[in-house]
Design a binder for this molecule. Structure first.
Ligand SMILES: [Zn+2]
Ligand SMILES: [Zn+2]
Length: 129
């Protein structure tokens, strides 16, 4: 697994690095569905291991009821979901990402048209503990 991942938004204005990514997986909650258009595939990383290297002034925060959503105000790319201490960083922005998804969260709320096709563990809401 790469020690440091690099990511960039659709317009290329926001660039960031993720050091020590902890896990990759999917969140199927209705908030992620509305934010991304489907589920959110993301990488879990400690807040201090997420570094914006360019375009920090383009990042806007939508203060949602649970995890604040951070996105590029120029192109609209979803960048990360702030879980408090951990960030859930949108996987599609990191082109060299080679992690294997290891969880599906909030499966009870997934869209009826979405079929989960891999064997990663599924949790109705969040994993216990
Ligand atoms: Zn952008
Ligand atoms: Zn979610």
């Amino acid at each position: 697994m790469a020690d440091t991942l690099k990511g960039a938004c659709l317009c290329g204005g926001v660039n960031y690095e993720v050091a020590d990514p902890e896990a990759m997986g999917y969140c199927h909650c209705t908030r992620c569905q509305r934010w991304t258009g489907s589920h959110l595939a993301g990488v879990v990383v400690a807040e201090e291991n997420f570094t914006v290297t360019d375009g920090g002034d383009l990042i806007e925060t939508y203060e949602s009821e649970f995890a604040p959503r951070n996105f590029c105000r120029n192109c609209g790319s979803s960048i990360y979901d702030d879980l408090g201490g951990k960030y859930f960083v949108a996987a599609g922005l990191m082109k060299d990402l080679d992690m294997t998804p290891s969880f599906h969260l909030q499966v009870a709320y997934k869209a009826p048209w979405e079929e989960i096709g891999d064997s990663a563990p599924q949790f109705d809401e969040n994993p216990p503990g």
